[in-house]
Design a protein around this ligand. Structure first.
Ligand SMILES: Cc1ncc(COP(=O)(O)O)c(C=O)c1O
Length: 429
């Protein structure tokens, strides 16, 4: 028997997780539009429910199209197992669910997508969980924030909206020393630009809504488990290390080893929370992932060119792109995401709040939407939209100051995008 060859990213993004369909020979992954799967006999049904045999029972738990996508993202991230779910926000709850119980907390970066700050500040309190927000550039503060009730550390690799880069190996070392898993939201970077597991992450979460799908069609999320965390090493994670009452007393960590998190998430998380991805959605994302590396290369080269052009423009006050020489995060790009700093950053205009409003109104190729990671270029003026309920101080803290817009640079011709930005800046002055 020979070892399977180590395939490159560009090959895996097309082939991983899928074989020609055994029933029909279909080359592309079919959309298995079915709710349930016929058991061979009663013994087969019992084996599936006992997790003695792997197979499909009901599409709230698994579906072959969705599984192909989960396995493909898992391969690209270098994980042991993965679970797809209905949105990026669902993926975050799915990642925390096996780890947390009432009274426990997650130590989270202050530089997170605003929706995640909201989810962690208010909504998770309804489960009895809480979050402590810390500046992840202050490593001592991260270490100090972890206490006996901390069950996870959470950050983004390239943070939305500012495009800041997290020093993942440093944060992973702090999490390891404290015996808690590091969860990294890799949405803005994608596995093409950054592999959080290589840098020490335990779990990687994605909003597949963004670059992985890449065409702005469907919402989705994914949790990838590195399979490297020893859940049995302490009593902190009883859902994985002790008999689980929600699954007839199975001790997932002992029975399933590196697949414990994945099986728990399917057998209990998806079964009981029901935040399942649908096969149509998985199909769109599978189509998108086939071209991920090509799109990310173009996103990065466009973003680099546009950020440099904006920075040199006298109408612009500041640009946060980490790929610029002026960025304090420039050195981290080489270490954390050597293929580039992504395509998401903020731009502050000298013309202030009113100028930003005129600027987004005047843009033609950039669409003013609450989204990122589309093939087409997007812009949002957060202070007048998503962050308008916040005080000015809160807006500034969130990277959404009144004079700031966020760009998600697409894969159009860079010169066309620059011409559009130029005329909109003229209109904003
Ligand atoms: C970095 C990041 N993580 C998570 C999410 C949430 O994803 P979804 O909108 O798919 O729930 C978003 C959404 O914008 C995001 O930008």
């Amino acid at each position: 028997m020979t070892d399977a060859p180590q395939l490159g990213f560009e090959t895996l993004q097309i082939h991983a997780g899928a074989e020609p369909d055994t029933a029909t020979g279909a080359r592309q992954v079919p959309i298995y539009q079915t709710t349930a799967y016929v058991f061979r006999d009663a013994d087969h049904a019992a084996a599936l429910f006992n997790l003695a045999e792997v197979g499909n029972i009901y599409s709230r738990l698994t579906n072959p199209t969705v599984s192909a996508l989960a396995n493909r993202i898992c391969a690209l991230e270098g994980g042991a197992g993965a679970i797809c779910c209905s949105s990026g926000h669902a993926a975050q709850i799915m990642a925390l669910f096996p780890l947390m119980s009432p009274g426990t907390n997650v130590v989270a970066s202050t530089r997170l997508y605003g929706g995640t700050v909201q989810q962690f500040s208010n909504t998770i309190k309804k489960f009895g969980w809480s979050a402590k927000f810390v500046d992840f550039d202050d490593e001592a503060a991260v270490a100090a924030a972890i206490d006996d009730d901390t069950r996870a550390v959470f950050c983004e690799s390239i943070a939305n909206p500012g495009g800041y880069i997290t020093d993942l190996p440093a944060i992973a070392a702090i999490s390891d020393a404290a015996g808690v898993p590091l969860i990294v939201d890799n949405t803005s970077a994608t596995p093409y630009l950054c592999n959080p597991i290589e840098h020490g992450a335990t779990l990687v979460v994605h909003s597949t809504t963004k670059y992985l799908t890449g065409n702005g069609t469907v919402t989705g999320g994914c949790v990838v488990d590195s399979g490297k965390f020893d859940w049995m090493a302490s009593e902190k994670f009883p859902s994985l290390s002790q008999p689980e009452p929600a699954y007839h007393g199975l001790t997932f960590g002992a029975a399933l080893g590196p697949m414990a998190f994945t099986f728990h998430s399917i057998a209990i998380g998806l079964r009981d929370l029901g935040m399942t991805m649908n096969p149509q959605g998985a199909h769109y994302t599978l189509m998108g992932i086939e071209t991920l590396s090509l799109r990310m290369e173009r996103h990065v080269s466009n973003a680099q060119k546009i950020a440099a052009w904006l920075e040199a423009d006298p109408r612009v006050a500041a640009v946060t792109y980490a790929g610029l020489d002026s960025s304090p995060y420039k050195d981290r790009v080489a270490k954390i995401c050597p293929r580039g700093a992504g395509a998401l950053f903020t731009v502050s205009l000298k013309s202030g709040y009113e100028g930003c409003v005129k600027f987004v109104n005047a843009l033609n190729l950039f669409s003013h939407v609450a989204n990122l990671g589309d093939a087409r270029s997007l812009v949002i003026h957060s202070a007048s939209t998503t962050h308008r309920q916040l005080t000015e101080e809160q807006q500034i803290g969130a990277g959404a100051a009144p004079n700031t817009v966020r760009l998600s640079v697409g894969i159009e011709l860079a010169d066309d995008l620059i011409a559009d930005l130029d005329q909109a800046l003229a209109a904003s002055a």
